[in-house]
Write a protein of this length. Structure first.
Lengths: 186, 409
């Protein structure tokens, strides 16, 4: 069985078979992540290819702690960027796959964060917020807004009802809103 | 800020936040005792009903026993005596109520029909007792002198305990004694016959005995549902730390006057030249230590590296923790600066534990803490208010250690 370490080693030695193994082992998960966001087969495939290119370019020198987490982050970033681009071009309804309407409860419409510093600050605030949450609430929050899972999937994975998922998310969004207010971001 | 900013910010979270969610195991219900709430409610109700019924039957049977029990010795001692006699000739012995002597009496099978009209109603005892006495006296005078037990049919009737009547009886005379004896006989008869009742009582008692909680025998034991939050989830905690270590997350921004541990003379010389890493006890290569350009406090420092294979270092404040400091990655001119925070330290412990095969290190940034494992060690010590960290490993072929091999001056 191919281990993550051997893949990373081969990436370091610029062995392209590592990319084949990544596609074989993690291509499905990454595709599903991209498809949940974009709801388009071609776009999702394109995101997976972008992810592979991103891995090839970044490793080395980067040495991820978890290859799976790293790949998911890359493909998600690619999918969201593509969704934003599609939205700007007003092509398709890709942006609707993202739970933006739910997050709009927390953040009333405002200006997009432009500076890196503001973005970094938001990341730090989010990290502190996530650390405050109980494990299950945090997990449900991340499954919904990071992994873009559906309510049904989240309910099945957590062995709870869909209503319980929605209630948990609603409570967490309220807590996030308060937290952002406290931190002065709202 | 827009909702999309939030989504994008989630994508910029440190890797360990994603790993934590990927590794999260939702709590599962106990499959061995998967019972629905209605079933549990019904089972509880049935158990309560059974308990109530059992108690009620027990009380009833106890009452039955009391009712059928022969009169007390102090009340009518003759009764107890005759209880053991079954079909013998009645022998009336005199009894003194005041002395409490028991009369012995044997009875024989009743030969005549009922003499006494026994009243089963205990409340009417005095009346019936008087009637009994009267009737018995009359019969006695008519019959032979030999006392006989005439109450053949009496046993079939429900008798009234004569204890009460004996109490209310006038002072005894010989005649009275005889009558009492007869009455006693009657009582015995009834007593003898009343054993027909106990069987039913016994049966009932048997079913309720032992008086245990029916729920114990009839219902499966349902363990309390565990709190889902107390799950099998292994959260990164600071359990690896020694007890005397101050938990910076609890103290928040800790007291700047926190005492420092003694200086380690061996590493003091390396404080100003860089971060010292020793591998297997031998001196490793040092890194540059650069004051952070953003901080005015010169004692804050960060580690920069431009080393192939090494992807993180850490920064610490001089003499106090800043738990609000968080982990972020910046890229500058090919080198990377990574700042550690408590959050990363926790997750680092979680990820790099000795029980895992490939990751044996545990980082720490608290004074005097030494964490040892079978395959590696690390320590953090104070020196002039600065954290110093040394890391070592007994094995040379672990991935983490290989990162340090690539350290440049």
């Amino acid at each position: 069985m191919v281990s993550d370490d051997s893949i990373i080693k081969r990436l370091h030695s610029r062995d392209e078979t590592a990319l084949q193994d990544i596609r074989r082992l993690y291509g499905g998960i990454c595709y599903q992540m991209a498809f949940r966001i974009l709801e388009n087969h071609e776009d999702a495939e394109e995101c997976v290819n972008d992810m592979l290119l991103g891995v090839w370019d970044s490793i080395p020198p980067h040495l991820p702690m978890s290859l799976q987490a790293y790949l998911i982050t890359l493909v998600r970033r690619s999918a969201i960027n593509k969704a934003k681009h599609e939205h700007r071009q007003k092509r398709g309804t890709a942006v609707c796959a993202l739970p933006l309407d739910e997050l709009a409860e927390i953040i009333p419409s405002g200006e997009q964060l432009e500076s890196v510093v503001e973005q970094r600050e938001l990341v730090q605030v989010l990290m502190a917020f996530l650390d405050m949450l109980k494990p299950q609430a945090r997990h449900i929050f991340m499954q919904r807004y990071f992994m873009s899972e559906s309510f049904q999937t989240i309910a099945e994975k957590n062995h709870i009802s869909e209503n319980a998922v929605k209630m948990s998310l609603s409570r967490t969004r309220g807590q996030l809103r308060e937290h952002l207010r406290k931190e002065g971001l709202l | 800020m827009k909702p999309m900013d939030l989504l994008e910010a989630l994508g910029e979270l440190p890797e360990e936040y994603i790993v934590r969610e990927l590794d999260y195991e939702p709590p599962r219900k106990h499959t061995a005792f998967l019972v629905s709430k209605p079933f549990l409610a019904g089972a509880s109700t049935a158990a309560c009903l059974l308990l109530i019924v059992g108690l009620g039957v027990g009380v009833w049977s106890r009452q039955q026993k009391i009712e059928t029990r022969p009169p007390q010795e102090t009340q009518t001692t003759t009764v107890t005596q005759t209880e053991t006699r079954t079909e013998t000739t009645a022998q009336v012995t005199t009894e003194s109520q005041t002395t409490g002597k028991q009369t012995e009496e044997s009875t024989k099978k009743p030969e005549t029909t009922t003499i006494f009209a026994l009243n089963s109603d205990q409340s009417q005892q005095p009346t019936s007792a008087a009637a009994l006495l009267t009737t018995a006296f009359q019969t006695e005078t008519a019959a032979s002198a030999a006392p006989q037990t005439d109450a053949t049919e009496v046993g079939t009737r429900q008798t009234t305990p004569l204890a009460t009547s004996a109490h209310t009886a006038p002072p005894q005379t010989s005649m009275t004694a005889r009558i009492q004896g007869r009455i006693t006989t009657v009582t015995e008869q009834s007593t003898r016959n009343t054993p027909t009742n106990p069987p039913t009582t016994t049966v009932i008692v048997t079913t309720t005995q032992p008086r245990t909680d029916p729920t114990e025998t009839n219902q499966p034991t349902v363990p309390p549902l565990t709190d889902p939050t107390q799950s099998s989830q292994t959260e990164p905690t600071e359990t690896f730390c020694t007890d005397d270590m101050t938990d910076p997350t609890e103290s928040g921004i800790s007291n700047p006057s926190e005492p420092t541990s003694p200086t380690n003379p061996d590493t003091k010389k390396d404080v100003f030249s860089g971060f010292h890493v020793s591998l297997d006890g031998s001196t490793g290569q040092t890194l540059r230590i650069t004051p952070e350009p953003e901080d005015d406090d010169p004692e804050d420092f960060s580690l920069q590296y431009g080393i192939d294979g090494v992807d993180f270092m850490y920064v610490r404040t001089n003499d106090y923790y800043q738990p609000s400091r968080s982990f972020c990655i910046l890229s500058e001119d090919g080198s990377r600066e990574i700042r550690f925070g408590q959050e990363l330290r926790k997750s680092f412990y979680y990820d790099y534990v000795p029980d895992k095969d490939e990751q044996i290190f545990a980082w720490g940034d608290c004074p005097g803490f030494v964490y040892e494992s079978s395959t590696g060690w690390c320590s953090c010590i104070w020196d002039d208010g600065n954290y110093i960290m040394t890391a070592g490993c007994y094995k040379e072929d672990i991935p983490l250690l290989k990162r340090f091999h690539a350290i440049e001056d």
